[in-house]
Ligand binder design. Structure first.
Ligand SMILES: Cc1cc2nc3c(=O)[nH]c(=O)nc-3n(C[C@H](O)[C@H](O)[C@H](O)COP(=O)(O)O)c2cc1C
Length: 190
């Protein structure tokens, strides 16, 4: 059984909604389990993180970068960094924000550098942007409608998490989860 941890901070619930959809995608793959941990939970049980094969880091984009809640977790992992406890484990990242672009790429770049500091191996999104096939811009139903490749970038309106992010973002989150689970199985094959 492979184990994946989703470690997420969410101020208003939209990023947490996406975490749940990624987890649904992970659950589509046999012999892979997933735990969703808030950044606060994860910070309080750092010594349990070595049991996971892969990590999916999630944060809203606040002021063009990760939230304070996520950064507090990241800083707490410096104790693991010293001994490179997470070395050669897999990592992926996602972020949600209010604008379609919203400087989310800067947040994903931060998450990938964070993973690299731990000598982890980064998994990209792996889904083409819609205009590559259709020749026009994205609709709310399209996969990867923000055209981001480093990780998953979704957009939510100021509305209840039941109706936002858009259906295309939800589908993309599930496919991303599935990809992470399948890659985790391949990476840990004996
Ligand atoms: C302090 C703060 C800073 C924000 N900065 C950005 C930003 O840089 N780009 C953007 O597109 N949206 C920004 N937003 C909007 C949030 O990203 C958006 O509300 C998102 O849904 C929040 O996710 P959450 O519900 O998981 O907290 C900001 C919101 C707050 C509260």
């Amino acid at each position: 059984m492979n184990k994946i941890a989703l470690i997420v901070h969410s101020g208003y619930g939209h990023t947490f909604h996406i975490a749940q959809e990624i987890a649904q995608g992970i659950k589509q793959v046999a012999d892979v389990s997933v735990d969703i941990l808030t950044t606060q939970d994860a910070s309080e049980k750092l010594d349990t993180l070595a049991q996971y094969d892969a990590f999916v880091f999630g944060t809203p984009t606040y002021m063009g970068g990760p939230s304070t809640g996520f950064k507090a977790f990241a800083d707490a992992t410096s104790s693991l960094w010293f001994n490179q406890v997470l070395k050669d484990k897999l990592a992926a990242g996602f972020t949600n924000s209010g604008s379609l672009a919203g400087d989310k790429l800067a947040t994903l770049q931060y998450l990938s550098v964070f993973a690299a500091q731990h000598s982890m191996i980064w998994i990209s999104l792996g889904i083409l942007a819609p205009q590559t096939k259709s020749g026009h811009g994205a609709t709310p139903e399209d996969l990867n409608r923000t055209g981001t490749f480093l990780g998953l970038a979704t957009q939510s309106d100021t509305a209840t998490v039941a109706t936002t992010p858009a259906p295309g973002d939800i589908k993309t989150a599930r496919l991303f989860g599935q990809r992470i689970a399948e890659i985790t199985k391949r990476w840990t094959q004996k």
